[in-house]
Design a binder for this molecule. Sequence first.
Ligand code: SF4
Length: 382
Amino acid sequence: MDNASPLSRREALAQAQEALLAWFGAHMRPLPWRRDYDPYRVWISEIMLQQTQMERGVQYFERWMDAFPTLEALAGAPEEEVLKLWEGLGYYARARNLIKAARAVVQERGGAFPASFEELRALPGIGPYTAAAVASIAFQEDVPCIDANVERIIARLLDIDTPVKEKAAQEAIAEAARLLLPRGRAREHNQAMMELGALVCARRPDCPRCPLSPWCLARKRDTAEHRPVKKPGAGPVELVLASGVLLHGGRCFIQKREEDDVWGGLWEFPGGCAEKGERPEKAVVREYLEETGFAVKVLGKYGVLKSTYTNHRITLHFYALAFAGDKPGPAPEAPVLTAASESRWVPVKELAGFAMPSLYRKAADALSGGQWGMLGLLFPKA
Ligand code: SF4
């Protein structure tokens, strides 16, 4: 640790460790996986809480445990059911990796949950952070957990004035995280750091309430609001998507995305990005032709939906569509799928049963709930 930091003195370090643990003992939230620290429950909570607010994460966690209370139950569940339960959390690769990992543990290890950082890292979807979190919280292994919260706390404790993602800053943070961890107390310490980052040393630090303030350089130098330093540049990327629902004989067309896709295994209405200078109503017609071989025409616009995904800001223009030839009657010709593994024609009331990315879920719910005015009448309700 940097000599300027009060934590570079052994005695101060021990005091800071104790102060943090005492604070955690007094302030920790009663979260469901903290009742018994069962490895399966800890693992699910860690995966679920990435990119999700705590309150929402807890609701999903309780629903998940009702449906899949054990590793064996998850390993034996159909993927479709798991994805449906995950719907709304985004990052669906995580849900698919949970199934793969559960099956690997059951089939290759006879159901014995991996109990060390190294063994956990070998499972699908478990990176260094999750392996450290499960190894320390479920098994008390002495490994520090470093996520964005912990990075922020340490960048402030040490008053790191260079971008935190740069190599030198990452090394300093990793070294400090290792030194801060009191041996044999990894479960409490790592959760205390996470909790401190969520409740006190948040984006806007609440230094007067912080158990680490006597040892914090940023607090002393009044720079906490300016730490961590972010890399300059790189703002959000704007994406304009065009999609819509193709109606025929009282049913609508949906397709299932390819497994290796970003939303792999989920259902959607065909569509995609508008090209530079292309109007969304042209883009949706082109996308249908490219993805399904269907020549469609736009009947009207339902609306515009917005969402963010990692550093993308997405605007989805959503339309009512019909076959261009407008031929009523028997089932349409089979689609030629180029971006999906499967397709179906389904009544609108059945859309609720298909797992979809959040923007398409909103569109499907608006269709079935009749929120889109006169155009909603295109859909028979029963
Ligand atoms: S004193 Fe303030 S800046 Fe320092 S760790 Fe605590 S909350 Fe964060």
